[in-house]
Design a protein around this ligand. Sequence first.
Ligand SMILES: [Zn+2]
Length: 182
Amino acid sequence: MNSKRAYKLGKAFVLFDRDGTLIDHVHHLADPDLVQFKPDLQTSLQALAKGGYRFGIITNQSVVGRGLATENVIKKINDRVNDFLIPFGIVFDFIYFCPHLPSAGCDCRKPAVSLGLKAVAEHQLDPSQSFMIGDQESDMVFGRNLGCSTIQVKGNAQKSLFADYYSDTLENAAKWILTKKE
Ligand SMILES: [Zn+2]
C-alpha cells in the first residue's frame, strides 16, 4: 500500500467558479435563457471525472444583494448548468453561492473561504488533492487560501500572481490537472 495515499482520507475535487469559467460571462446574469456554455465544457469535465475527480461550484452572486435576481433565479440558472451536463454523466456534488453585496463584509464571498470550508466539512473535500478553476483574481486567492492548487482560465481579468497555472481553455486546465495527478 502506498503509505502517503493511506493518510489521504478526504476526496479530490475540482472546484469551479461559474460565470466566465463554466459559462460565458454576462454582466449581472439574471436570466436562465442567457446561459451559454463554454465549448469544451462537457469534454473537459468528462476527462476529469474519468480521472477520479468530484465537482463543486462556488460562485459569488451579488445580483441577489443588488436586487436584480432572487435566490430562486440563481437556482434556475444553476439548474441549467446541471441539466446540460447530466446527460454527459457529469454531476456537481454541491453548488454554493454567496448572495451578498461586495460591501456587506460577509465571510462567504470569494476570496473569503467559508464556502470552501463548508465543502471540506460537508463533502470531505481534501484541499491538498483539490483544484480551484476560475477566471478572476478572487478565485485564485480563494483557492490558495483554502489550500488548493489554482488554475486561472483566460477571461476579462489580468493574470493572477496566485494562479499555479494559467490556461486559455478548460480543456487545457483539465489536461494540466491530469498530468499533476499522483
Ligand atoms: Zn456572502
